[in-house]
Design a binder for this molecule. Structure first.
Ligand SMILES: Cc1ncc(C[n+]2csc(CCOP(=O)(O)OP(=O)(O)O)c2C)c(N)n1
Ligand SMILES: [Mg+2]
Length: 561
């Protein structure tokens, strides 16, 4: 049978393996260490597009955003040593966000291995904590097996990033081997007695609360769960940067359980008797630094539903632990229909608190950024994708934007700066029919500003907002609180971001007044180009609710003991 198979070099076998796994878009920066793979991709170019990026950090973020958006593993190709090192940020992000990803790294040939040859790194050690699985393919005929294993591992249970290293001599050598069909998605289902346990807990519950979060969801599951929650009359919140798992316009939606949480919502979670947590890891950001839910034994009866078995009982000892994929869990939920009039009664109060909390407050300066966010929330099509990075500018986004459905939000739950721009590039390339807006800080944007070139090169017309306060504002805020009068290392001198956009062949706008935003946005959209709108905000406006001067004033007063 083997004799029927065509002999192929390693790069071609690998490119065909990617096609067999269903990969249609891959991101990366080329390297001489994986020339045979590029050669293999050359033959596959009409089915699999390789997006050439400007820095591996940008490429790995793009692969992460692609995985988050589509639920399919995001693929990133990087060269050995420096490429692998640059690419780490997207893998760390993917790990914390439970995003399926597969990174391929060039590697020195077996003839030079372990000599600390040029750019040699042992990726098993380097990526040990940043990936679900790290392996090296030492034999060309085993490429299909390793790739199949990698895609299964990235998708199984709690999804996450996987690394495969590719020794150069292995890629150049040849073999006659068969491709392996596309991976399965292996996720567990809940046991009937676990659902009985949940039913019993809910039937007794006076003040239950549902928190949704994490990776491994899909649009259909979210919609079915929303219908179930609305029918039951339960109140729901979403974990940090997972606000798009539930339509924020629903009367059952009480807000996001993340940084800068509505204090009334925080109290409501503390007071819950049953906490049904589906998919969220209950990490530091979702638990108000482990204060909303006490560790290790919560006061609330915690029902923790998670696709990763190892996540259950980590930090928190749940009353009921259910290891399940979310489509499987939601299908089982549809078999029970708990309801209590008391649950429904409190919804209005929670909803009013959410609406009041998310209303833009006055802020200093001529450009009211909060109102800009709300205008976009009201104006953009429902399917628009919002990609955001990390910094205080994101606080307005979390607070004032209403997410309307699954995967309208791409954000890094690890608070990694520089994410928004490359995520927007990936989103626009993966879903060209959808509007995409990136929210970036001035510090945040220039961590991956080079990827604006990638957007222009591949014709990705999205709008990036650069919220310019001339500061690493988040750090300045903490600095002024912790070390009053000792400002250091937090000021930024910025380029003209509109001119930057034009220099790359994009469209640029600068906005300094609230009313100028809408026409500038329309011009940017109508340009049909990748666009940057710089928003010059008053640096005193440090959060949606407070100013730097108020923080300074408070810091001057002696602290209460
Ligand atoms: C990759 C990375 N480096 C550093 C930090 C620490 N950090 C968090 S927010 C922040 C400042 C963000 O500045 P900017 O993007 O201008 O947003 P602003 O807070 O001013 O709105 C820094 C340096 C981080 N979260 N991620
Ligand atoms: Mg800033």
């Amino acid at each position: 049978m083997k004799s029927d198979l065509k002999t192929r070099h390693g790069g071609r076998i690998l490119a065909d393996a990617l096609l067999a796994q269903g990969v249609r878009l891959a991101f990366g920066v080329p390297g001489e260490s994986y020339l045979p793979l590029l050669d293999g991709l050359h033959d596959a170019a009409d089915k699999l597009k390789f997006i050439v990026c400007r820095q591996e950090g940008g490429a790995s973020y793009m692969a992460e955003a692609y995985g988050k958006l589509t639920g399919e593993p995001g693929v990133v190709l990087v060269t050995r040593g420096p490429g692998a090192a640059n690419g780490a940020v997207g893998m760390h992000t993917g790990f914390q966000d439970s995003t399926p990803m597969v990174m391929f790294i060039g590697q020195v040939g077996g003839d030079f291995a372990d000599r600390e040859a040029f750019q040699e790194i042992d990726y098993r050690r380097m990526y040990g904590q940043l990936a679900k699985w790290v392996a090296q393919i030492d034999r060309v005929e085993r490429i299909p097996e390793y790739v199949s294993h990698a895609f299964h591992a990235a998708m199984a249970g709690r999804p996450g990033p996987v690394v495969l290293a590719l020794p150069e001599d292995m890629l150049f050598s040849e073999a006659a081997v068969a491709d392996v069909p596309r991976h399965h998605v292996v996720r567990p289902s809940p046991a009937p007695r676990e659902m009985d346990g949940l039913k019993a807990l809910l039937e007794k519950a006076e003040r239950p609360f549902v928190i949704l979060g994490g990776g491994g969801w899909d649009g259909d599951t979210c919609q079915r769960l929303q219908r179930w929650i609305e029918a039951a009359g339960l109140a729901v919140g979403t974990s940090f940067r997972c606000q798009d798992l539930f339509d924020n316009r629903s009367p059952n939606y009480a807000g996001d359980v993340g940084i800068g949480i509505n204090p009334a919502l925080a109290q409501r979670i503390k007071d819950a008797d049953v906490l049904l947590v589906i998919g969220a890891r209950l990490g530091e950001m979702t638990t108000g630094a482990y204060t909303l839910v006490e560790a290790p034994v919560p006061r609330q009866a915690l029902v923790h539903v998670h696709a990763g078995a190892e996540e259950l009982g980590r930090v928190y000892r749940p009353a009921l632990a259910i290891n399940s994929g979310y489509p499987q869990f939601v299908a089982a939920l549809e078999g029970i229909s708990p309801q209590r009039p008391a649950w429904r009664k409190e919804l209005r109060e929670l909803r009013e608190s959410y609406l009041a909390w998310t209303e833009p407050q006055p802020m200093p300066g001529a450009l009211h950024y909060g109102r800009v966010v709300r205008w976009l929330s009201d104006t953009l099509p429902e399917s628009a994708i919002i990609a955001g990075g990390a910094g205080n500018f994101a606080g307005w986004l979390h607070r004032h934007f209403r997410y309307k459905g699954f995967r309208t939000q791409l954000g890094p739950t690890n608070g990694s700066m520089g994410y928004g721009l490359p995520a927007a590039v990936a989103a626009k390339l993966a879903a060209p029919e959808r509007d995409v807006v990136a929210f970036c800080g001035d510090g945040d944007f220039l961590m991956n500003g080079q990827e604006f070139a990638t957007a222009v090169q591949y014709g990705a017309p999205f709008v990036a907002l650069v919220v310019n306060n001339g500061l690493y504002g988040t750090i300045r805020m903490h600095q002024e609180r912790e070390y009053p009068g000792r400002v250091y290392g937090t000021a930024l001198r910025n380029p003209d971001f509109a001119a930057y956009a034009r220099a790359f062949g994009g469209h640029g706008e600068t906005v300094e007044r609230t009313d100028d935003f809408a026409p500038a946005y329309r011009r940017a959209k109508e340009s049909g180009k990748s666009a940057i709108i710089e928003l010059r905000i008053d640096p005193d406006a440090i959060t949606p609710a407070t100013t730097l001067s108020a923080i300074r004033e408070k810091a001057r007063k002696p602290r209460a003991t």
